[in-house]
Design a protein around this ligand. Structure first.
Ligand code: KG4
Ligand code: ZN
Length: 337
């Protein structure tokens, strides 16, 4: 089954063609991505109206690119998938409208996908796919959740952030450090040159005994430290603060993931979402999991952040599990929240 997937929930237009739904493991045939980072950079964050307009400009050229790369034609597509939400309403509507229009023209069904389910299932496209059941650490710009996953659609929330998401903690701290948007990768790059022990930053809820997270206090602690350093903080000071911030976020994510594995008795961990691209997080999880005999699975680095492949795959897996009935194109709907 060939699935054409569209992702347009925020600031990346993603289109992909995935071969999935049969007995063979799912295969990514081609994917294309356009990031709007440069366009939003000047504003320090995503401007929803600009995001929607750019998705409109990019979605069809990217679709052509994907089909050319995969050496397939539109007529061969069996199913069209799009991100139904959560995300920016106007941005979501672009992917939804493109998917519905193509499905209508091709007389093929469409499936709307929950963005987080796309992230969650994305490691199934990797060369080392997980098996159910597993614990999932879902860390994106908008969400931080620990889940027990027993199968497609069988998700039990074990804990989540009570305020900011991990990605938000990265982004907001990076902004304070003058690193612009999006801050996660920039902060991680600066942290490579810093000493993670240089500043004592809080590890919120580390010993709370539950599996919830809180990151809003960390951003305040970073602001206080920067205030103490003064306006002419040296480059090494900024790198040390970046490294200390990254360590504080990662330590909590790792400790709670380990606690979730222990509480559930499971020996498999899946990490998904943009923050899952963080190399310190990966290194620390690899080390702890190896010591405890836990297998840890990540999506391919390129599929950690938003992309169309995860949406196509999630649609196929849901259809195969009997959880999503492909709809005739027409009523294209989105669920921004
Ligand atoms: O999953 P994603 O692409 O979009 C959402 O669904 O939110 O996640 C984006 C988040 C941003 O907060 C970004 O700063 C963060 O993932 N991120 C990283 C890294 N790459 C992306 N955070 C830390 N280290 C990274 N290498
Ligand atoms: Zn995402």
């Amino acid at each position: 089954m060939l699935i054409l997937g569209f992702e347009s929930s925020c600031d990346e237009t993603g289109v992909a063609l995935v071969d999935a739904g049969g007995t063979a493991p799912p295969r990514l045939l081609a994917h294309a991505l356009h990031s709007q980072v440069q366009m939003h950079e000047a504003y320090g964050g995503v401007v929803p109206e600009l995001a929607s307009r750019d998705h409109v400009r990019r979605v069809l050229p990217l679709t052509r690119q994907v089909l050319t790369e995969a050496e397939r034609t539109l007529a061969e597509v069996d199913l069209v998938a799009f991100t139904r939400g959560p995300g920016l309403a106007g941005a979501l509507l672009v992917g939804s409208a493109a998917a519905s229009a193509l499905a209508l023209a091709l007389n093929r069904p469409v499936v709307g996908v929950h963005h987080l389910e796309g992230h969650l299932l994305s490691p199934f496209l990797s060369t080392d796919p997980p098996e159910f059941p597993f614990v999932a650490l879902l860390v994106s710009g908008g969400h931080t959740q620990l889940m027990r996953v027993d199968g497609v659609g069988r998700y039990e929330l074990l804990g989540e952030t009570i305020d900011d998401a991990a990605g938000e903690a990265f982004d907001k701290s990076a902004k304070l450090l003058g690193l612009g948007y999006p801050g996660g990768p920039a902060l991680a790059r600066l942290a490579e040159f810093g000493d993670a022990q240089a500043f004592k930053l809080p590890r919120p809820l580390l010993h709370s005994g539950d599996l919830d997270f809180s990151f809003s206090g960390l951003k305040t602690a970073v602001r206080v430290q920067l205030g103490k350093l003064g306006s002419n903080v040296c480059e090494q000071g900024r790198a040390d603060l970046a490294a200390s911030t990254q360590a504080a976020i990662v330590d909590v994510l790792v400790a709670k993931s380990m606690a979730a594995l222990k509480a559930s008795g499971l020996r498999r961990l899946v990490v998904a979402g943009g923050v899952g691209a963080n190399l310190r997080l990966r290194a620390l999880l690899d080390e702890k999991c190896a010591r405890r005999g836990v297998r840890v699975h990540y999506p391919e680095l390129a599929l950690c952040t938003d992309n169309g492949a995860m949406i196509a795959l999630a649609a196929a897996m849901r259809v195969q599990a009997g959880l999503a009935r492909p709809q005739a194109a027409g009523a294209f709907d989105v669920l921004p929240r």
